[in-house]
Ligand binder design. Structure first.
Ligand code: GLY
Length: 396
């Protein structure tokens, strides 16, 4: 058994287990994978229904090719790795939980609305080729052969056959059940602070807003864009930027064919837009990207922008029945890359800053965090994303 409060040690395995703070996809996948490896895991989440958590708002695109961004190549490589893990991850999770997660391996079509959008798409295709992902250039006619409901004015596109989708709400439900079955204990509470020592000689204490302090050998902050509001003994958590996304859920009227057969992403006068179909007829249409702090107001302007752009690409959007409007806050780190693994505070880890890619990065996050919690180390491919990379910079 390790001696509690040993400042230099990073690989724990005392008697007090792991406390995961946050019950979104990132916290849940960390908890499940850690419990599978024999750790004693408690997950603390104030709102198990997660109504406005990024995980329950997200559309569920697994699209490293069609969501590639210049300057974010290492992040895209991590996304490609995670996308490659998805089929096995889903099979294992569905088996462990008995919950289907709506994984659809139907590819993604990225289309351009006007000449300028087509020029951007051409550049992006070059980036996709450099990243080594499957991406085929298509003419306007070829795009419409795949997706007959596209507007004839669409200029052209790229088919990414390996960019798939999943239903994040089902994924979250599956992770809740798989975690329970693997022995994760859940506490419904808000966390105020992580203390540098805990009760019963524990290395850390996790103080809840009702005053209780949970003992922990290790703690993981996985609380999305709220993670930097939790007190810690030293400044190891960089600012986490909430990036608001407004989107809609809709359905094709009964008896009508699907409006799109696969995820359709588009650039419309420079604005990214997407339609993500589900097998049950739901279509998720998104999303704004607004930097307004923790504001979660649904606005007429935001929803109008989402509908306007989607309708430019697929005019039949007008016929859809709107079933839900949603708003969520993506958790952005200072460099838009996730923060994974140990911090300078012994035993305290981050699993944070997944920004637009929390669903895509779930499998790889589970793998990386389980390794960090059992060995104190990150796999070579994930070292760049170390939670401590900002130490000594203006971030912290
Ligand atoms: N990854 C899609 C979004 O953040 O809107």
């Amino acid at each position: 058994m390790r001696t509690p409060n040993t400042p230099s040690s990073t690989t724990p395995s005392g008697d007090h287990g792991v406390v995961v703070v946050g019950g979104g996809l990132v916290g849940r996948v960390t908890a499940w994978r850690a419990a599978q490896r024999g750790l004693d895991v408690t997950l603390v989440e104030p709102d198990p229904a997660g109504a406005r958590a990024a995980s329950t708002v997200a559309a569920g695109m697994l699209t490293p090719a069609t969501e590639a961004v210049f300057g974010e190549e290492p992040l895209m490589e991590l996304g490609i790795r995670s996308a490659g893990m998805y089929a096995d991850f889903v099979a294992e999770l569905e088996e462990a939980s008995g919950v289907g997660v709506g994984h659809r391996a139907t590819g993604t079509l990225l289309v351009a609305f006007d000449r300028d959008d087509l020029a951007v798409l051409t550049e992006l295709h070059g980036l996709q080729q450099r990243l080594g992902v499957a991406a085929e250039r298509l003419t306007s006619r070829e795009c419409r052969r795949l997706e007959p409901m596209l507007a004839p004015s669409v200029r052209g596109g790229v088919l990414a056959p390996d960019d798939h989708s999943v239903d994040p709400r089902r994924l979250l439900r599956a992770l809740v059940t798989a975690g329970e079955r693997a022995g994760v204990t859940e506490v419904a509470a808000r966390v105020d602070e992580v203390l540098s020592s805990g009760p019963e000689g524990a290395r850390l204490g996790v103080r809840l807003s009702d005053g209780r302090v949970l003992p922990a050998d290790q703690a993981v902050l996985a609380a999305g864009c709220w993670g930097d509001r939790i007190g810690v003994p030293a400044p190891v958590v960089p600012p986490l930027r909430p990036v608001k996304g407004q989107l809609l859920r809709a359905r094709v009227p009964d008896g009508e064919p699907p409006i799109v057969n696969r995820t359709v992403r588009g650039l419309v006068r420079g604005f990214p837009t997407y339609l993500v179909p589900r097998a049950d007829g739901e279509v998720v249409i998104g999303a704004t990207q607004e930097e307004l702090g923790h504001d979660t107001a649904l606005t007429a302007g935001g929803l109008w922008q989402v509908l306007r752009d989607a309708r430019e690409l697929v005019p039949g959007v007008s016929e859809l029945e709107i079933t839900e409007t949603c708003v969520g806050l993506r958790p952005g780190s200072p460099d838009n890359e996730p923060l994974l693994g140990p911090t300078r505070i012994p035993g305290l880890h981050l699993a944070a800053g997944h920004f637009r890619h929390g669903v895509l990065l779930a499998p790889v996050t589970g793998e990386v965090m389980a390794r960090a919690l059992t060995t104190g180390d990150l796999p070579e491919y994930a070292r760049r994303f170390s939670a401590d990379r900002g130490a000594g910079t203006t971030w912290k």
